[in-house]
Design a protein around this ligand. Sequence first.
Ligand code: NAI
Length: 377
Amino acid sequence: MKKLQWGMIGGGEGSQIGPAHRLGALADGHFSFTAGALDHRPEAGREYAQRLGIASDRTYGDWKEMLEGERKRDDRIDLVTVATPNATHFEITRAFLEAGFNVLCEKPMTMTVEEGEEIVRVAEATGRICAVNYCYSAYPMVRQARAMVRAGEIGKVRLVVTNFSHGHHGDATDADNPRVRWRYDPAMAGVSGQFADCGIHALHMACFICDDEVESLSADFASTISSRELEDDAMVNFRMSGGTVGRLWTSSVAIGRQHGFDIQVFGETGGFRWASEQPNQLVYTPVGGRTQIIEKGERGLHADAQRLSRVAIAHPEGFPLAVANIYCDLADTIRGEARDGLPGAADGVRSMAAVHTAVASARDGGAWLDARPSIFR
Ligand code: NAI
């Protein structure tokens, strides 16, 4: 099968997410890394791209140069990943979609709901794929959890409780570190700090596993380090369309919690728990029964979980392979076999609507507000 050609914008040397994309995209042989504008410093980006093996005529100084260079080629890239800082996602993603490229955009997809709605419309109008990198949804045992809910194995879901709370910005003496400070500065981060950064992963995960959408929410935001304008801690209560009650805590000052992402889903006939720090296990309890550990790679998993378990049982399968699962599903979709579960522009705009609704709710003393983007009301 012919390899697909892949390009990346951002994700330069020393970036946080760039290596996971490279490992993920290249893990299964679907893609070759063909083009890149990897850094906000043109020369550094070109030089790094060449070191990674990209031919010099496809190492670009910036994304506009890459768009012009690639759109002229007969062998143009099949997919571009946008892994730049948040405020640039909208402009780059829209430009590449309009030029007929498939895009994998990092989260958050945009800064505003209106931008998100525009991306949904442009993706529909052009017929291109716009995926959003909610990569935790591609862990095999998260797929198992979703399949169990769909198969009715825990009955109707009553309650979902999720946390994405770590302690890595909990040191007040480090609050002025430029790599930390921008996240709580509205000029750089937008309307929300921690909820837009980590909380939306947890919210997407709740929707993904429960196969439902957030309808309304009430939020309490706090800047526990007083120099911060944006929240470093948030508690968000929500209700899903199907009536499920949701609770979400996200924090960056929870010292002692490391990655800190977990989810519990409680249905009428059972419940389960998944945690990103033990991603190979789903802890399941049927009502009135014993707690069991369902293990990645074991016999009898649902098909999607089995398909995405790639190394043998008990061998760890970590974050880059979850990202690789996103790229596998993208490769299949580009080749015409659409994959259910690939997070897309609709997920991106729902997240932005939730972020803006949470900000409004927190400012209004925790008022319950409709959290759906207007295009989905
Ligand atoms: P970072 O600051 O570590 O790296 C950003 C990279 O983009 C740098 O190499 C920089 O030179 C480059 N860059 C900046 N502006 C650019 C431009 N205009 N053109 C080309 N390159 C440019 O940032 P990090 O943490 O890697 O985050 C990037 C994005 O990935 C963010 O949107 C973030 O929210 C998202 N992210 C997603 C994660 C996930 O789990 N899905 C995890 C971490 C980050």
